[in-house]
Design a protein around this ligand. Structure first.
Ligand code: RIB
Ligand code: CA
Length: 345
C-alpha cells in the first residue's frame, strides 16, 4: 500500500534528509512538495527542494511555493542552524526544474479535494501554508486522511526559547489555527504530533553517516570526526551521500556549538517515517493549544492530557519511539536508494 502524501517543508538540513528518505520510500506517493518559509526564506526552501530532486535524479514532482511570511509577524530564519542556504555545507547545483504554477495553498486544497479521505499531510516546518489553506477551505481537516506534524515541545525544553520549538515559534498563530481547526476529529484521524520530547532522542551520530555511505556502496569510507577542521568536506564518490554528508556535518557542528554534542537531532526524517508508519511509536491523546500572549512563553505548545479544559483531544502526541529501529530504517532505505544513484553530478 502506498501512502499519498503532501510534504510541507522548510528545507533545512533535516528536511533535506526527510525528503531523500521519502524519495527512497517506494510506499511514499509524493503528490506535491510545499516550500514554506522557516529555516530559510521560502524561495530558498523551494530552490533546495528542486535541487535535491536533481541530486536524487528523482521524477518530476510538483514543488510549489508556500507562505513567504508568517500569518501576522515578520519572518525569522535560522541560517546559523542550517547554513546560509539551508543545506549546511552542501553546495547543490542549481536545478533546471521549474516551480509549480500553483501556490502551496492551492496545492494543499486541490490535492486533498481530488482524493478526499486518502491523503496524508506531513508538515516539517512552520504551519503557515497549511493554516492559510484551512482558512480558504475549512473542510480540509476532514478531507485529509491524516496530518503528521513535526513541531512543539510538551514535557521538554524548547530549542528556540526555553518553552518553544522552532516550527511553532516561527508562526505561533498558524500553529494555533491548525490545532484548533483539526479539533473534533475522531480517534484515529487526529493529527500525529512529533514534538522535541521524542525527536531529540533521534540523535544522528558520525557512525550513522559512515553506515549510510557504506550501505550506498560509496567510497571512500565517510568518516566525520569532531576533530575535523571546519573546512573539511566530503569526498564521497556517491553524490547523494556527498551532499547529505556535507549538510549533516554542518548540523553536527551546530549541535556541538550549542553543547548538545557532535550529533544531529533528525526531527524531520523521523516525522516522515511516522507518516509512512515505518517506525514504532507510542502516542497519547491530548488537547493542544498554543500560548500567544505569554511574555516569556509565547509560542509554547500546551498539552492538556487529562481534560482540564473540558475540550476533546485534538492530537495524538508521540511520547515514545525506538531510535535504533528508526536509523536502521533510514539507513537501509536511503542507502539502497543512493546506491542506485552513483552517477557523478
Ligand atoms: O525544531 C526542529 C524543527 O525546526 C525541524 O523541522 C527543523 O528543520 C526546523 O524546521
Ligand atoms: Ca524543518
Amino acid at each position: 500500500m502506498r501512502t499519498p502524501l503532501i510534504v510541507d517543508v522548510d528545507t533545512g538540513i533535516d528536511d533535506s534528509l526527510a525528503l531523500v528518505y521519502l524519495l527512497a520510500s517506494p510506499d511514499a506517493d509524493i503528490l506535491g512538495i510545499v516550500s514554506t518559509a522557516g529555516n530559510v526564506p521560502a524561495a530558498q526552501v523551494a530552490r533546495n527542494n528542486l535541487a535535491w530532486l536533481d541530486v536524487c535524479d528523482a521524477p518530476d514532482l510538483e514543488v510549489a511555493l508556500g507562505a513567504a511570511t508568517p500569518l501576522s509577524i515578520p519572518l525569522r530564519t535560522t541560517e546559523d542552524t542550517h547554513g546560509p542556504e539551508g543545506v549546511g555545507y552542501a553546495v547543490l547545483p542549481d536545478s533546471p526544474r521549474s516551480l509549480s504554477t500553483r501556490t502551496g495553498v492551492d496545492l494543499w486544497i486541490d490535492t486533498v479535494r481530488a482524493r478526499p479521505g486518502e491523503v496524508t499531510g506531513l508538515v516539517t516546518g512552520p504551519l503557515t501554508t497549511l493554516a492559510l489553506a484551512v482558512r480558504e477551505d475549512p473542510e480540509l481537516p476532514r478531507l485529509l486522511q491524516r496530518l503528521v506534524v513535526m513541531g512543539g515541545a510538551f514535557h521538554h525544553p524548547g530549542n528556540t526559547t526555553p518553552t518553544t520549538e522552532w516550527n511553532v515559534s516561527v508562526d505561533p498563530e498558524a500553529a494555533k489555527e491548525v490545532f484548533d481547526a483539526f479539533s473534533g476529529l475522531p480517534a484515529g484521524r487526529r493529527p500525529v504530533v512529533c514534538g522535541l520530547d521524542v525527536t531529540e532522542t533521534v540523535e544522528m551520530h558520525p557512525e550513522h553517516v559512515r553506515l549510510l555511505a557504506e550501505a550506498a556502496g560509496s567510497a571512500p569510507a565517510e568518516v566525520i570526526s569532531p576533530d575535523d577542521l571546519l573546512t573539511v568536506r566530503s569526498h564521497a564518490g556517491n553524490p547523494v551521500i556527498r551532499h547529505l554528508s556535507d549538510a549533516i556535518r554542518f548540523y553536527m557542528d551546530f549541535h556541538r556549538t550549542h553543547d548538545q554534542g557532535f550529533l544531529a537531532h533528525m526531527h524531520d526524517p523521523f516525522a516522515a517515517a511516522v507518516a509512512l508508519g515505518r517506525v514504532p511509536v507510542t502516542v497519547r491523546p491530548a488537547t493542544i493549544d498554543v500560548e500567544l500572549a505569554g511574555t516569556l512563553t509565547r509560542g509554547m505548545t500546551v498539552a492538556d492530557w487529562v481534560g482540564h479544559w473540558s475540550r476533546e483531544p485534538n492530537a495524538d502526541i508521540v511520547v515514545g519511539t525506538d531510535p535504533v529501529a528508526f536509523f536502521e530504517e533510514l539507513i537501509g532505505r536511503v542507502g539502497r536508494y543512493a546506491r542506485g544513484r552513483s552517477r557523478p553530478d
